[in-house]
Ligand binder design. Structure first.
Ligand SMILES: [Zn+2]
Length: 488
């Protein structure tokens, strides 16, 4: 039977690659976030699968393997499982609500042993085996999740590089939206129809870069952008490639069609050098094998200065240190300070951390360790606790460049009893200017599990049906402690 042998030959290599033998959720999968989608400061590293706006859906191991890593944290991926497969891949399931009983028994034992509520556990290889199609968790909305869903990833086990799960058998619909080409002309970004006149190649940007694209100039292939497999180092490439003022003007995320001078992302393949002199060129952009745009573009000065040396700028009590090649594009950065407030212009995200230093002239010594920098750029904000340097400054390290002020936090988180739910969980709201963490929870003196969710500023303590004295210790990022005690 030559036919059968043919099919075996076709499918054997696929199995050997560790194909997805069971989908991670029941039913037809629907996507709310694409792989490699351009987000604020990163490319989306997985696929967001819809769970019908609710939590608690069964999550299945996509193939045989063993649980390699278990994470519980109040931010980021929240509750997450990493399952290793003999094929050399790892499947990742994030923003979960709960784990299977076997995984949970291990987690609880380790949490109590370590007296820890933020966990990053690596069980002994093979101690938590799974088979493809086994329920390993329930979906949730934990960590930095914008609503209930399952964040699913496939990685290369050794390099931890992100891989495309569709190529391994994840059954999701292909995206229907098509990329568009936008151009900055006379300072305004517009979607362009058949011709454009721009200052530099960096004034052209493509939406939906996650679908990959190729650029031809004068009928010769110049660059290919494709994120099919990438390392976390590439995340910085998101900020380097983002057309920042397209986002601030139009609310649209577009990616430069020309790799930026500081572009660290290996997603770019340069085939032929781009023209270096001004002129009118034919331009064609293709994505997924089909044409997106073709026409003529007049470019005034294609090759703007790109060198960014290490710089330090200062004003008053403040200085700002900018590492070499710290932005996607060269920027003329200015700093103006007024007491505890500063303004950095332009407010573009750095792709390498910048260092703010403050030498306060009038701040009591005891308050130095309570200072944090609240900083806001065009796309986001951050609160960065300071650290005291040996030469008498308070130093804040961030990738956010913009307006900022130093605030002093001397108060521990404010706690308030909310309710006790039917599962015996006692809910407490936890509020602070900064992020908080659980230090310890005891019920009648006995160690008790609980979890803090930073986006809802609430924690639960797993009290069960026990009555008695519940004691919760929480701490903010600059070390202010709160003890909350209640009689159940
Ligand atoms: Zn996601």
């Amino acid at each position: 039977m030559p036919g059968l042998r043919f099919w075996i030959l076709i499918f054997l290599p696929l199995w050997a690659q560790g194909q997805i033998v069971h989908q991670p959720l029941d039913g037809v999968l629907a996507v709310s976030g694409e792989l490699a989608e351009l987000r604020n400061h990163h490319f989306h590293s997985g696929v967001d699968l819809r769970t019908g706006a609710v939590t608690g859906k069964n999550v299945y191991a996509v193939a045989d393997g063993w649980v390699r890593r278990i994470v519980i944290r109040p931010d980021g991926y929240g509750w997450a499982l990493y399952v290793d497969h003999p094929s050399g891949h790892t499947s990742v399931y994030a923003h979960l609500e709960s784990f299977s009983p076997e995984v949970w028994a291990y987690v609880l034992q380790e949490a109590e042993r370590r007296n820890a509520y933020r966990l990053d556990l690596y069980p002994a290889k093979g101690s938590l085996p799974v088979v493809g199609g086994q329920v390993i968790a329930q979906s949730g909305n934990s960590g930095a999740s914008g609503g209930p869903h399952l964040h699913f990833e496939m990685r290369d086990r050794e390099s931890e590089e992100i891989m495309n799960p569709v190529a391994m058998g994840l059954l999701i619909p292909q995206p229907r939206a098509r990329p568009e080409l936008w151009a900055k002309q006379d300072g305004r970004w517009r979607k362009i129809e058949d011709s454009a006149s721009v200052n530099t190649w960096y004034d052209l940007a493509l939406t939906l870069p996650e679908q990959g694209f190729e650029v031809e100039v004068s009928d010769s292939l110049r660059s290919i952008w494709s994120l099919q497999q990438w390392s976390f180092d590439v995340q910085r490439g998101a900020d380097a490639g983002l057309a920042i003022d397209l986002h601030s003007q139009q609310g649209i995320r577009g990616f430069h069609i020309h790799p930026s001078p500081s572009q660290p992302a290996p997603g770019w393949k340069l085939k032929h050098a781009w023209p270096k002199s001004g002129g009118t060129y034919s331009l064609a952009v293709n994505s997924g094998g089909s044409p997106i745009w073709a026409g003529r573009v007049r470019v005034a000065q294609p090759n703007p200065g790109s060198t960014q040396a290490l710089r330090s700028i200062s004003d008053g009590d403040w200085s700002l240190e900018l590492p070499a090649q710290c932005f996607g594009m060269a920027q003329a950065v200015s700093l103006s300070a007024n007491g505890n407030k500063i303004s950095v212009k332009p407010d573009v995200a750095a792709i390498k951390p910048v260092t703010y230093s403050w030498t306060p002239s009038q701040l009591a010594d005891s308050l130095w360790d309570k200072a944090y920098l609240a900083v806001r750029d065009g796309r986001g904000s951050a609160k960065i606790p300071g650290s005291r340097s040996a030469d008498g400054r308070i130093v804040f390290t961030s990738k956010t460049c913009g307006s900022a002020e130093v605030r002093i936090d001397t108060k521990g988180p404010q706690c308030e009893l909310l309710r006790r739910d039917p599962n015996g969980r006692v809910w407490i709201s936890v509020r602070d200017e900064l992020d908080s963490e659980i230090v310890e929870i005891t019920l009648n003196g006995k160690w008790t599990w609980g979890h803090l969710d930073l986006k809802s500023n609430s924690l639960y303590a797993d009290a069960g049906i026990t009555k008695g004295k519940l004691v919760v210790w929480v701490r903010d990022e600059v070390g202010n402690l709160t003890n909350f005690t209640t009689e159940l």
